[in-house]
Design a protein around this ligand. Sequence first.
Ligand SMILES: NC(=O)c1ccc[n+]([C@@H]2O[C@H](COP(=O)([O-])OP(=O)(O)OC[C@H]3O[C@@H](n4cnc5c(N)ncnc54)[C@H](OP(=O)(O)O)[C@@H]3O)[C@@H](O)[C@H]2O)c1
Length: 240
Amino acid sequence: MVTGGSRGIGKTIALDLARRGANIAFNYLRSYDAAAQTEKEIKKLGVDCLSIKAHVGNPDKIKDLFNRIEEKYGQLDILVNNAATGVQRNAIDLDAKHWDWTMSVNARGPWLCSIEAARLMKNGGCIVNISSLGSRRVLPYYFSVGTSKATLEAITKYLAVELAPLNIRVNAISGGYVETDAFDSFPNKEDMVAATETTITTRSLNPQDLANAVAFLCSNESEMIRGHILVVDGGVTLTA
Ligand SMILES: NC(=O)c1ccc[n+]([C@@H]2O[C@H](COP(=O)([O-])OP(=O)(O)OC[C@H]3O[C@@H](n4cnc5c(N)ncnc54)[C@H](OP(=O)(O)O)[C@@H]3O)[C@@H](O)[C@H]2O)c1
């Protein structure tokens, strides 16, 4: 199950897990056409796919979402909490309602999705939360998202401990800049696009780099990695 699998990084993660042989469920909020296209691409890879419209900021919709997965598959092995939103303003310009909206989708949503997923992980499982560098660094117009991602990283550690007895592993990936539609809502979009070029390697970061890290954290090889925040940023934070 990949939340926000219709577009961007979530779509790449969903396709990558499908290529590795997993049946895929994903949800989306508004992009019906993108979701239909993604579902088609996943099925072409020879696995099953369930695409559901569900707002992860709404606890009742989260329950319905996982009930649908249970009805169709009976159980779940992997949850990737990827869906995210945000109001791109500095702290001084943010309203309480913007804070509540962002937290409900980016932090409360992953917590509640994880609890619902754990119920279906009858043979154990893996949860990977997608965070970003703004959880620890102060970025322009990123106050609501950055603080929600810091919360998500704390949730990762708490759930790693609380769900360990159920044989469920919980980790997070903190990604560097990857150009997606999400950049369109930032007033400093051009700076963000330029920042994608600032890795210490010979290329920029891409969604597949994050998908590769998800696959690793869901593999047997990472069994003893728990509550870890894996930075996948091409080395950007080493020098900046
Ligand atoms: N882009 C970056 O540079 C970057 C860097 C580090 C980490 N990340 C993280 O990576 C993840 C994906 O980012 P992205 O850039 O791929 O974002 P994106 O292109 O904006 O895609 C967001 C996805 O989440 C879904 N979504 C948004 N709000 C939702 C809600 N309330 N309920 C259900 N689904 C919802 C969207 O569905 P619809 O298609 O229906 O709108 C879409 O599938 C996020 O957690 C983001 O913080 C991104």
